[in-house]
Design a protein around this ligand. Structure first.
Ligand code: HEM
Length: 480
């Protein structure tokens, strides 16, 4: 009897405290003490909380809880997301035990993706400048891109399984600037690395990161181990560079970063080897998976929409005249191709939401007083699917990006995010998408294989939205 009385009282108090807490936040689906929002437990793998209509009724901001104490606020209103994410207060990143010890090291958040404040500003600014000087997002990379995509195209013929097909050639472009290295797509080690990467992006946010005690007690899971393995690879790469570096003639990003460490060895200087390891990891993860996943969607959509494919090929043939190699200077001339690429990015929503932004000081937005540490996500899926801006958003319609023979631009077209933390690799990604797409359509035809029609509704969404492996029939156009 006493047991049941105590039990009922405890449950009552837990519900009361939880309710008192969630009342202070924007509305959202049912959440319970200890477990948090029920739908996030059962809705895994499809980014449902960002994509499903039923969640849009909560208004411009919606809350969900992981456990009792971690609150996420999803921004469903485009203008609001724009206003908030331009502010410094909304530009923090998560500082969980996992971020500080698994992705970071010894209690420190490291790199660019997961740092904030001065460390983030310094590292991002330095990295962008050096990568640009080394050719990032510039014409000088065109020939490297062509070489990489041509190696891949040579291997594509007949009935082909599309899985991590583009990962290696795509990362090879960035990796030649970062580390003067390329991965051999045929090597078993490369295949293993790309598999690890794929698993990390499909998995999404690690819920255990928000339960520090559990994180410390439980053994490392497969994702953690794969991260350690990638970090070890970066460490080794950096050590090789340290043995062969000529400070007067830096070869790549790792060399210029090592030079920066040497030039100012004070401990207060935020440039060190651990930081460099995680920056390389950031580039490797962000650079390989996102762009190649977009290309996977591109091939699927070209097979499913043969008329669009033919129109792209016609334009490519007219402008490039059969044998000329594409360069990024062709972008303004290939208007239909550009519109197709934009519609592919809109339709595929490869980044369903921004990464989590953590509030770095207390802020009031509308009637809500948010505490430092509240986590915000901008709902890129909702913006890219807004039926007012993009009518019939579930349909693949290239013409929505065309007006009077020119490209039609929309503020709401935000596949790379919004505000201060917008994707750092946007220019490289756009160039890679263009050159890979144009060269592929210049040399190949894609067709649905009999009885194996790919289904765009079959995907896994974690950090990125990746189509399930599918088959397509590939044939060579006249050899170029
Ligand atoms: C189609 C390809 C890509 C898409 C759709 C994409 C999308 C995104 C998105 C949505 C964010 C998060 C923005 C936010 O948190 O508000 C992001 C961040 C980032 N991306 Fe990309 N990205 C792509 C390619 C790349 C490439 C090629 C690189 C190579 C360096 C890259 C590097 C980064 C980095 C370093 C960040 C973190 C920026 C920061 O926190 O300051 N991305 N990206």
């Amino acid at each position: 009897m006493i047991f049941w009385l105590l039990f009922t009282c405890t449950v009552g108090v837990l519900f009361y405290l939880h309710h008192a807490k969630i009342r202070r936040y924007p509305p959202g689906p049912l959440s319970l003490p200890i477990v948090g929002t029920v739908d996030t437990l059962i809705n895994g793998g499809k980014a449902g909380i960002l994509a499903e209509q039923k969640y849009y009724k909560y208004g411009p901001m919606m809350s969900f809880f992981v456990g009792s104490s971690t609150v996420f606020v999803i921004i469903n209103d485009f203008q609001l997301a724009k206003d908030l994410f331009l502010r410094d207060e909304f530009s923090g990143r998560l500082k969980t035990w996992w971020h500080q010890n698994v992705r970071g090291n010894q209690g420190r958040n490291l790199g660019i993706i997961n740092t904030d404040g001065t460390v983030w500003t310094e590292q991002r600014r330095f990295a962008l400048k050096q990568l640009r000087d080394l050719g990032f997002g510039r014409k000088s990379l065109d020939s490297i891109m062509i070489e990489e995509v041509d190696v891949l195209i040579d291997q594509l013929d007949g009935l082909t399984s599309m899985d991590s097909t583009f990962n290696t050639p795509i990362i090879n472009v960035l990796w030649q600037i970062v580390a003067s290295k390329r991965f051999d797509p045929q090597e078993p080690r490369t295949k293993k690395l790309m598999g690890l990467l794929n698993m990390q992006f499909k998995h999404g946010l690690n819920r255990l990161a928000f339960f520090p005690l559990l994180g410390k007690i439980l053994p490392y899971n497969a994702i953690d181990k794969s991260l350690f393995e990638l970090k070890q690879m970066m460490r080794q790469l950096i050590h090789e560079h340290m043995h062969s570096i000529d400070l007067d003639n830096p070869r790549d990003f790792i060399d210029v970063y090592l030079k920066e460490i040497q030039s100012n060895p004070k401990p207060s200087h935020n440039f060190d080897i651990e930081q460099l390891i995680v920056i390389c990891l950031d580039f490797f993860q962000a650079g390989a998976e996102t762009t190649s996943t977009t290309l996977l969607w591109a091939v699927m959509l070209m097979a499913l929409y043969p008329k669009v494919q033919q129109k792209c090929q016609k334009e490519i043939d007219e402008i490039l005249g059969g044998s000329r190699l594409p360069t990024i200077d062709d972008m303004p001339k290939l208007v239909y191709v550009m519109a197709t690429l934009m519609e592919i990015q809109r339709f595929s929503k490869v980044a369903p939401g921004s990464l989590p932004h953590m509030l770095i000081q207390d802020v009031q937005v509308m009637q809500y007083k948010f505490k430092k540490g509240t986590i915000f996500i901008s709902n890129l899926t909702k913006f890219l699917n807004d039926p007012i801006i993009f009518p019939n958003p579930e349909e693949f319609i290239v013409e929505r990006f065309l007006e009077d023979g020119k490209l039609k631009k929309y503020e709401e077209f935000v596949p790379f995010g919004i505000g201060k933390r917008i994707c750092m690799g946007e220019s490289l990604a756009k160039n890679e998408l263009f050159i890979f797409f144009v060269r592929t359509l210049q040399r190949l035809n894609f067709k649905v294989a009999e009885g194996l029609k790919p289904n765009p509704q079959k995907y896994t969404a974690g950090i990125t939205r990746i189509p399930d492996p599918y088959y397509v029939h590939i044939s060579k156009r006249s050899e170029i």
